[in-house]
Each structure stands twice: as structure tokens, then as C-alpha cells.
Design a protein around this ligand. Structure first.
Ligand SMILES: [Zn+2]
Length: 58
């Protein structure tokens, strides 16, 4: 495993999400690659930066 790639928290690295009815669709956070990208979504930049700083050290 590499420590520089962060598994997407929205889809847990699978690249897919499912809703309550079981429909699966491509994760909109990581665009289906399962890896978080800090520049993927501007609205999440602040939150993601905080999470990285706090959680990567766990
Ligand atoms: Zn994802």
C-alpha cells in the first residue's frame, strides 16, 4: 500500500456508491477512481485539508 494515495472516504476506495435502494453509480467525489483528489471539488477543499491533517497521523 502507498501512503500518498488516500482512499476516497465517500466510496471507501471502491469508486462506486450505492443509494438506499441499492442502485450503484460512479462516485462523484473521486470520479470513480477511488482516490481522493484535493482539487477534485472546490467546495470540499477546506474540509478535506483539515481531515488530511488530522487523520493521516492516526
Ligand atoms: Zn469516491
Amino acid at each position: 500500500m502507498t501512503v500518498r494515495k488516500i482512499a476516497c472516504r465517500a466510496c471507501h476506495g471502491t469508486g462506486m456508491l450505492s443509494d438506499d435502494e441499492g442502485w450503484q453509480y460512479t462516485c462523484s467525489v473521486c470520479h470513480g477512481n477511488g482516490i481522493e483528489n484535493r482539487v477534485a471539488s472546490n467546495r470540499n477543499v477546506r474540509i478535506m485539508e483539515v481531515d488530511e491533517n488530522n487523520r493521516l497521523l492516526d
